[in-house]
Design a protein around this ligand. Structure first.
Ligand code: PGA
Length: 255
């Protein structure tokens, strides 16, 4: 049985003050969400602050990216062992904004994911197609290539140790959400593909949906057989919206 998960991706938003405010608004409600795994991914500079705020709760703290290297002359970078040292448990890797704005290739994403595993952390691997790729019928080949790059570098073992987020690029921050049917189809394809490498791990693997998740569309998405929760950007910056999404994950019949 896969427990639902809702992960907040704050991206490069907020301040020390707003981080404290946001967490203190929804943290008192987590008692009502005991069947949902909760993760918050603040900007790197606020990781220690957020780790302190959620200490001794079951909320996990996640980073939004990491270096593929463990240490060395890489000015400005933060490594996975350092993240672990500061109380971080999850790391988003391969977010489409990292791929498109910062030129991260699928091979580099695979090395980053390997670094996350090496440090004993849990990667949240983002995969997804652009609008043009979908229109050209290339959705699955693109996602398969993104997954295959990771399989080549990390081997089948990653399936049992990772979380996957399917995030269609055209739905991120645009207000356009994949329909539950569109999302479910890709989630099922991902699970089926990875089952070919490790059937048991693929069955247990959490596959989150990301891309304009809101409290109003979360229930329909989370009701789908292979959608195990959400990776939430914009709506995670609003405590009421975020709580609504977490409650949708809790209330879905299939869990
Ligand atoms: P969004 O972002 O919810 O604002 O579309 C999701 C994400 O990029 O993880």
């Amino acid at each position: 049985m896969r427990r639902p998960m809702v992960a907040a991706n704050w991206k490069m938003n907020g301040s020390r003050k707003s981080a404290i405010e946001l967490i203190s608004k929804w943290l008192p409600h987590i008692g009502e969400l005991d069947t949902v795994d909760l993760v918050v991914c603040p900007p790197a500079i606020y990781l220690p602050l957020v780790a302190d705020l959620v200490r001794s709760t079951r909320v996990g703290v996640g980073a939004q990216t990491t270096s593929e290297f463990d240490s060395g002359a890489y000015t400005g970078e933060i490594s996975s062992p350092m993240l672990s040292d500061m109380g971080v448990r999850y790391v988003i890797v391969g977010h489409s904004e990292r791929r498109s704005l910062f030129g991260e290739t699928s091979d580099q994403v695979a090395l980053k994911l390997e670094a996350v595993l090496r440090a004993g952390l849990i990667p949240i691997l983002c995969v997804g197609e652009t609008r043009a790729e979908r229109e050209h019928g290339a959705t699955w080949p693109i996602i398969q290539a993104q997954l295959s790059a990771v399989l080549r570098v990390c081997g089948n073992g990653f399936i049992a140790r990772a979380i996957i987020a399917y995030e269609p690029v055209w739905a991120i921050g645009t207000g356009l959400t994949a329909t539950p049917e569109q999302a479910q189809e890709v989630h099922a394809d991902i699970r089926k593909f990875l089952s070919g490498f490790d059937a048991m791990a693929a069955q247990e693997l959490k596959i989150l949906y990301g891309g304009s998740v809101k409290s109003s569309n979360a229930s329909a998405l989370f009701a789908c057989a292979d959608i195990d929760g959400g990776l939430v950007g914009g709506a995670s910056l609003d405590s009421v919206e975020f709580l609504g999404i977490c409650k949708a994950a809790r209330n879905t019949d299939r869990f």
